[in-house]
Ligand binder design. Structure first.
Ligand code: NDP
Ligand code: PYC
Length: 333
């Protein structure tokens, strides 16, 4: 499909499921971006996930997000239980203005439903010249290192750094061994998963994707991923007055919807510390990136940017079974 065709399909599906126009547009944009950049776990597949949350009544189809300013450098967007993408779109310009005015600003998205990758947000803000950190909890699916019962969400951490004249340096990964969406794609394809990804419901290591989904995922990097997952819970949960992953799962009431809660985005204007010396700092950063690449190692997001360049020319390939399931969403409306 061309990206325009995928966008049109995504908007048609989301509108048919009941989302208001601006809501559907904001959600479709991140789904198309995910597929375009070769991030299948957060691409077209997420149409099934989004419609599931709409049908189960977890997300509000026509929310009215509201902006509050709890302090001069803070913004809160109350998402009215719409998808996070709409709340982000509303708050983004004000976050940029505040980061530039104060050197640092933070935005909390509260009362949102979240199924998206964080890199589209982080990349957009880094393209505005800001250094960015974004965090969100999810549902309690992940066991702490040393345990086998879920406490944490898959809790992604995304970071963006602006690069003059080129795409920003961006990484974005779950603090679990892998995003849950990846395990769901393995289950759909009937594939096994590495035993390092999770436990079955009895706490035994397993390579059965379904058993991990019904058991517990593992953190990445043992105790290090576990501590980072806890940090995400704290900073994008209680710190901003929103739910932990355990509370999110409880609020779901076994409906099987996307996580409910908050997201924290911190944006720093390099000029705050550096004044007129920003250019020198960015040159130092470039030297570090070069030292990485010169040894044949790659920068995070380089695969994604290459996939983007390809998709913009050639379009994207959606697996036939997934396309059929997406089309079925239209039939059922
Ligand atoms: P990965 O383990 O695939 O890691 C992704 C990050 O690591 C990307 O920035 C990727 O760059 C980079 N990377 C991968 N391999 C290398 C390498 N060899 N060298 C350098 N960098 C590398 O992702 P996850 O499965 O952990 O997460 C996938 C997505 O799921 C994320 O976008 C995340 O936001 C999303 N997610 C969302 C949640 C939510 O609650 N909303 C919850 C959990 C995850 P590149 O893309 O170029 O390969
Ligand atoms: O893939 O872990 C995941 C995920 C959770 C919420 C959105 N994506």
């Amino acid at each position: 499909m061309s990206l325009a065709e995928l966008r049109a399909l995504a908007i048609r599906v989301l509108r048919a499921a009941g989302l208001a126009g601006d809501h559907a547009d904001a959600v479709a944009e991140t789904i198309v971006a995910g597929e375009r950049d070769g991030c299948a776990s957060h691409g077209a597949y997420r149409l099934l996930v989004a419609v599931n949350s709409i049908r189960k009544g977890i997300v509000s189809p026509d929310p009215t997000p509201r902006i509050e300013e709890p302090a001069p450098a803070l913004i809160r967007v109350r998402g009215d239980f719409g998808f996070a993408q709409l709340a982000f779109a509303l708050g983004r310009p004000r976050l940029v203005t505040k980061a530039r005015r104060y050197g640092i600003a933070a935005m909390a998205l509260n009362d949102v439903v979240h199924f998206a990758a964080l890199w589209p947000e982080v990349e957009a803000l880094a393209e505005d010249g800001l250094v960015v950190l974004a965090l969100t909890p999810s549902h309690a699916w992940v066991a702490p290192a040393g345990g086998t019962r879920p406490v944490f969400g898959t809790n992604p951490i995304a970071f963006g750094w602006p690069r003059p004249g080129r795409e920003p340096f961006v990484f974005d990964f779950a603090t679990s061994a892998v995003a849950r969406g990846e395990i769901e794609l393995h289950r759909r394809a009937g594939k096994s998963v590495p035993e390092s990804w999770g436990f079955d419901s009895q706490g035994r290591p397993t390579s059965d994707a379904e058993a991990v989904l019904n058991g517990a995922m593992r953190t990445f990097g043992g105790h290090k991923g576990s501590a980072l997952a806890a940090m995400v819970e704290l900073m994008a949960g209680p710190l901003i007055g929103d739910l932990t992953s355990r509370q999110s799962l409880e609020a779901d009431q076994a409906r099987g919807g996307s996580p409910i809660g908050g997201e924290l985005i911190i944006a720093i204007d390099p000029a705050g510390f550096l004044g007129g010396s920003v250019a020198g700092a960015l040159i130092e950063a470039e030297a570090m990136f070069e030292a990485i690449e010169v040894q044949g190692a790659r920068l995070p997001s380089s695969r994604r940017y290459a996939a983007r360049a390809r998709s913009l020319k050639e379009g994207v390939v959606i697996p036939a079974a997934l396309h059929a399931d997406i089309e079925k969403l239209l039939e059922a409306e």
